[in-house]
Write a protein of this length. Structure first.
Length: 383
């Protein structure tokens, strides 16, 4: 009898300790420690989360590749197109995650304003959405730790890296989301798809001699907002993957940056092909109206070799669009090697892999897509 009383007391003490310290396991599985993409160690319980909030540029987009959007309990205003008062600077650009799931987003309460002008998490709004996990793209360790302590739930920080859709950090983000939300197979399938697409593009172009490659200029690349024909990149990842010869070779750094008008004019005579990001057209048109001579030294412009790729930067990178753009660039520069590639079919193939939906027609229909991929008739397009 005495032994039974002692045993009962021990059980009571164990239960009390569990209530105070929290369980090591949940009903859905074991709690584990993961390292997020900025090196923070966070305890999570994979597959257990039912109320998710995503904050910061790109977080909701990346979650939508792997996670279940029906688990979202709030959304930033910039991603809720039903709101009258919200950041609207990207509305004309095709953001495929909005095209795929915008209807679901409009039904959710606000977890913050979002957008490039909102550079801090809004804890009170996040708490009002009652999430059990936060997926973040605010890459500041101290602030993320402070937010996690304030909210009392896991805050997981994502990251993509300088090579975007082809970056190992992006693959790491997809796999991390897969672990947290019990979708490892889905994440690995998407990573494998991206890597196989990269290999397929490179394989078709790897044997082209350097002296047979056209000189190609990329312009209008997004860099904290829309830009113009003078914004380019010396180390453009899509060019690297497709083995494209960049017209720009001697810039101060490899990333996206502006060049002087004089520099543009100087390289223009050797510029065989110009590829323009669609988001920059709205800025280039008025400049051309003011000065119709600004492309006079550009061989590609004079020869009608100007092409439009879809805007891949809009509230951070549209990773699926960046992949599709790489196919378009390869097809544009080396048409004989990509005769079998239809851009509408390829776009749908990629958006199916990322979202499970055909989105080519919707992407092309966006105001800043100007009908989709193709050659620009400069005589009509800019007049």
């Amino acid at each position: 009898m005495k032994t039974m009383k002692i045993t009962a007391m021990l059980l009571a003490l164990i239960l009390m300790a569990l209530c105070i310290c929290g369980p090591a396991f949940s009903a859905d599985g074991e709690s584990i420690t993961v390292t997020d993409m900025i090196g923070r160690e966070v305890t999570v319980t994979p597959g257990s989360y039912q109320r998710v909030v995503c904050i910061g540029a790109g977080a909701l987009r990346m979650y939508s590749y792997i996670g279940d959007v029906t688990l979202l309990s709030g959304v930033e205003d910039i991603d809720n197109t039903s709101l009258a008062e919200r950041p609207k600077m990207f509305d004309a650009v095709a953001r495929p995650y909005i095209l795929a799931f915008g209807e679901e987003f409009t039904a959710l309460p606000s977890c913050g304003v979002g957008g490039p002008n909102a550079q801090a998490a809004e804890a009170e709004k996040i708490l009002s959405c009652d999430p059990d996990i936060v997926i973040s793209e605010y890459e500041d360790t101290e602030k993320e730790d402070a937010l996690q302590e304030q909210l009392g739930i896991p805050v997981i920080t994502l990251k993509s890296g300088p090579s975007g859709v082809f970056d190992e950090n992006f693959y790491g983000t997809l796999r991390l989301l897969g672990v947290i939300f019990g979708a490892e197979e889905k994440a690995e399938t998407l990573v494998n798809f991206i890597q196989s697409e990269r290999e397929a593009i490179s394989a078709r172009t790897s044997d082209i001699p350097e002296d047979e490659k056209p000189s190609v200029y990329i312009c209008g690349l997004g860099n904290w907002g829309t830009t113009n024909h003078l914004m380019t990149a010396q180390n453009y990842i899509s060019f690297n993957v497709a083995n494209v010869k960049n017209a720009v070779t001697d810039l101060s750094n490899p990333g996206i940056q502006p060049i002087e008008a004089e520099k543009f004019a100087a390289i223009g005579e050797d510029m065989d092909i110009m590829i323009m990001d669609a988001a920059a057209v709205k800025n280039i048109k008025p400049l051309y109206a003011e000065d119709p001579t600004m492309f006079d030294t550009c061989k590609a412009w004079q020869n009608g070799e100007v092409y439009l790729e879809m805007a891949y930067n809009a509230y951070y990178t549209n990773y699926e669009t960046a992949l599709i753009n790489t196919w378009f660039i390869a097809k544009t520069v080396y048409p004989d090697r990509f005769e079998d590639i239809d851009m509408t079919a390829k776009t749908n193939e990629v958006t199916q892999a990322f979202f499970g939906k055909d989105l080519a027609d919707q992407i092309a229909a966006a105001p800043s897509s100007f009908g989709g991929y193709g050659k620009i008739d400069t005589a009509l397009f800019f007049n």
